[in-house]
Design a protein around this ligand. Sequence first.
Ligand SMILES: *Cc1c(COP(=O)(O)O)cnc(C)c1O
Length: 416
Amino acid sequence: MTEPLKPETIAATHGVASDTAFGAVAPPLHLSSTYAFEGYERPGRYDYGRAGNPNRDMLGDTLAALEGGAGAIVTSSGMAAIDLILGQLSPADRVIAPHDCYGGTLRLLKARAARQQFQLTVVDLSDTAALGNALSEGAALVMVETPSNPLMRIVDIADIARRAKAAGALTAVDNTFLSPALQRPITLGADYVVHSTTKFLNGHSDVIGGAVVTARAEDAETLRAWSNVTGTAGSPFDAWLTLRGLRTLYARIEWQQATAGAVATFLKQQPQVTAVHYPGLADHPGHALAARQQQGFGAMLSFELAGGTDAIRRFCEAVRVLTLAESLGGVESLVAHPATMTHADMGADGRRMAGISDQLLRLSIGLEHVDDLIADIDQALAVASGKAVPLCRFEELADRENRLRATVHSSVDTAK
Ligand SMILES: *Cc1c(COP(=O)(O)O)cnc(C)c1O
């Protein structure tokens, strides 16, 4: 009996040395939009690039294997992946979506529901009774996102999928925040997994992409056909880059989540930090569930900073290792202010209902050394509280240059 390959091995090697033309070890990039027929009425494996492309298939097959799914469809963005699933619904169908799901997802759901393409019920999925009520009205699809953005709330995928199934609904889990390295929803009963591959899967902040992984082969075929009908496919180069990024997913995420845990612990000890939301902390409300459902606590966290808008502005402008930007999951650490950035579209009422305060900051932890990140956060907290003066732009550039030189010199010294 042959042992199945470990996911780390699949991520590192799927498609390696598979080139039959020249024996290229790194998979070649196939940009061609069209493919020669072998003869009259005899298409080859591929005919036209919208319908299929070797780079997209190689990425999709890798993702399907890592998620434990039967197939995967690679799309041009995470939103296109979600819309691919929504495209299967009819006007009488009901979608149940979490009140704290990704802002772009909620915007898409509301826009399509307003056009009567399906019915929409938005609920707090951690409220068992609310989900029960929504399911009792009849539902076709339950959408799940865990950990949630930006408060890292955890919901029970297996329980929701079981209850959805009993009510005749399919379950789609957005697994962007953890990736299959840390959570595998299909093994917990989900029918679809969706990804913004823009985030941890690609991991280098240089591609916008998405994917749907399906538990059943026939669903993959249906979605693949629909992707060809609507033309949502991602570009070959994006698929090539994403697979290149995915090669190191397991190594990256392990390092990133170890650092995230240390940053969360550091933040917890700071007097001007009034709350830290990280599932790895023992007092996080979802800690026990996350420990059971996930294979790690991930590299995303958020925290509340006292001192009003001034403190938030000073912190965001004082960071030097971290960058103030939206998105997440890359090798570089980012800080975002949800109320004015990622979650601005929700409006103040929407944010209040989702528990997102104006004092909340979200961190995506990358691959920098933990000491540099903590030192950066520490100095930004000092600036935020008015205990330190921020550097001006010239001082900042000089500081960066000096620190770079110091690093080079110290490594030369140790080499001697
Ligand atoms: C970014 C993101 C999306 C949307 O993906 P795009 O690639 O930006 O279209 C969907 N869900 C979650 C959780 C995300 O973080």
